[in-house]
Design a protein around this ligand. Structure first.
Ligand SMILES: Cc1cc2nc3c(=O)[nH]c(=O)nc-3n(C[C@H](O)[C@H](O)[C@H](O)COP(=O)(O)OP(=O)(O)OC[C@H]3O[C@@H](n4cnc5c(N)ncnc54)[C@H](O)[C@@H]3O)c2cc1C
Length: 466
């Protein structure tokens, strides 16, 4: 391919890789649908080459050449996305930014840092921790995802109720657009300079440009963590407790409500029977100790006054110990189990009905054994629900059918109940057909116009989102 030759000529040596192993490793992300085909021995076609830029100038050169040659480009962080947003096929080139992984600057007075987009999430947190700070962004995939990937997917961390989601933690962005133009947003604490350019890029899943640098808002490294778990009388009690605490103004870092099935599955030592569980944790600097003690007291009171039982902090320690476990698709599919998670959100007035309808809709799909849910990211106006389904099927085509039907059932029921179809994993390919139902015709037109303006030749991650 002419584009590959031009890149090899114009970039320093070693940037373009065409070996089979590198190409295979970049054929797709962590989407369960791809795993079904891999395990069955029918893997997706790999890209013809993978490019590893080491600077913004090199990313700019890549997008200049690719745009002129009309060659499709798929940006790549660490491939932990779960919605099929990375699938270059035999035509598109992958641009893997993982060699751009430096902490460029840390301003202790302003409480800000600037990093390159390919920085591994766990490494980012380690570098900040060494200097007395935290970003407060802890997705379960922290060790296998990049800061740039978090921006591109609008990610959420496990402590988001306290620190915010990734959009709350981004001070500024540097983005390279098709053709090679570099856009830098201004690092102000707030600005009234028209629409916020950061918001156009957040969640764009590589369809508009390549994020190269990120300014981050930091918090002081916490001195302590404290919390408890409560056994509750009902799931609805748990939703009410969560709502009351958040609407009162409390912001515990962790406020996770598990339904009976998930409590039993994940906390079996304390939950031999199916009963709902609320996990509460806060953390902070020494000077905040008093305020955070009050916060936990308020949460305990809310649970106990509804007949809940305080189980102390042992279940919390158990969760902290295993919370970043990354499951292996091979093990699950090898045993004939089709498993996935689906995260949606809804306002408080809708979320109770939504939980019931979505679990019922998924469970009614032939082959699905169980559907369950927990909440993990709360707001004054509502909460997310993270559904998990497990289905049984040994044959590739049937696994594919079961998987797609479970997703479609969850999306249809979410839309029918007035929820949003995606809380923090993005759209990719799995939600693509449902996105217009949430955005409406006018909304779709706006997004298409933005795409056309920034990427007139349509080279950025075709097939994803719209
Ligand atoms: C076990 C597991 C647990 C997870 N837990 C969470 C969780 O708690 N919270 C959460 O939010 N997500 C979670 N995820 C999903 C995933 O980790 C996130 O979507 C993550 O943000 C993806 O980052 P990545 O660097 O791996 O991106 P990739 O998978 O490489 O790419 C994801 C998308 O972003 C684009 N992209 C990547 N880098 C750039 C860039 N520099 N510029 C432009 N576009 C780019 C890609 O083209 C693609 O569209 C989990 C995934 C797994 C497998």
């Amino acid at each position: 391919m002419r584009t590959i030759e031009l890149l090899e000529e114009q970039l320093p040596s070693g940037r373009v890789r065409r070996d089979a192993e590198t190409r295979r490793a970049h054929a797709h992300d962590y989407w369960a649908f791809e795993a079904i085909h891999d395990v069955a021995g029918n893997p997706t076609e790999p890209p013809p080459a993978v490019v590893f830029p080491e600077s913004t100038a090199e990313v700019s050169k890549i997008l200049e050449i690719a745009d002129a040659q009309r060659t499709a480009i798929v940006p790549y962080g660490l491939g932990s996305g779960v919605c099929g947003a990375v699938r270059p096929g035999g035509e598109a080139l992958v641009v893997d930014v993982s060699r751009m992984s430096a902490l460029l600057d840390l301003n202790a007075e302003a409480g800000t840092a600037r990093v390159q987009a390919g920085l591994n999430g766990a490494e980012c947190e380690r570098l900040l921790d060494e200097r007395g700070f935290t970003l407060g962004h802890f997705p379960q995939s922290i060790a296998v995802s990049t800061v740039g990937g978090w921006i591109a997917t609008r990610a959420s961390g496990q402590l988001s109720t306290r620190y915010g989601n990734i959009e709350d933690l981004v001070l500024a962005l540097e983005v390279v657009l098709p053709g090679g133009r570099v856009v830098n947003t201004f690092p102000a604490p707030r600005a009234a300079t028209g629409p916020d350019l950061r918001e156009i890029i957040l969640g764009s899943e590589g369809t508009l440009g390549i994020v190269t640098e990120i300014g981050l808002k930091l918090s002081p490294k916490p001195a302590f963590k404290a919390g408890f778990a409560a056994r509750l009388k009902s799931w609805d009690d748990g939703l009410e407790i969560t709502r009351e605490l958040l609407q009162t103004g409390w912001r515990p870092a962790v406020l996770r409500l598990y339904d009976g099935l998930e409590a039993q599955r994940n906390f079996n030592d304390w939950f031999p029977e199916r009963e709902p569980l609320l996990l509460v944790m806060n953390q902070g600097s020494e000077v905040m100790h008093g305020a955070l003690d009050l916060e936990l007291a308020a949460a305990r009171h809310a649970c106990v006054s509804r007949g809940g039982e305080d189980l102390g902090d042992a279940p919390l320690q158990h969760w902290l110990g295993q919370r970043n476990h990354v499951p292996s698709w091979d093990d699950l599919l090898g045993n004939g189990l089709v498993v996935d998670t689906i995260e949606v959100s809804a306002t408080w007035d809708r979320v109770g009905a939504l939980y019931g309808k979505v679990t019922e809709a998924i469970a009614s799909v032939p082959g699905v054994l169980v559907a369950s849910g927990h909440t993990s990211h709360g707001y004054t106006t509502g909460v997310n629900i993270y559904f998990t389904f497990v289905g049984s099927s040994k044959e590739e085509k049937d696994q594919e059918r079961l998987y797609s039907a479970a997703w479609a059932a969850a999306m249809e029921a979410t839309i029918a109940c007035g929820g949003s179809i995606a809380h923090h994993h993005g759209i990719g390919r799995i939600r693509r057909d449902f996105l217009p139902r949430e955005l409406g015709d006018a909304g779709v037109e706006v997004l298409r116009s933005v795409k056309k303006a920034l990427d007139p030749n349509g080279i950025m991650n075709p097939g994803v989102q719209l």
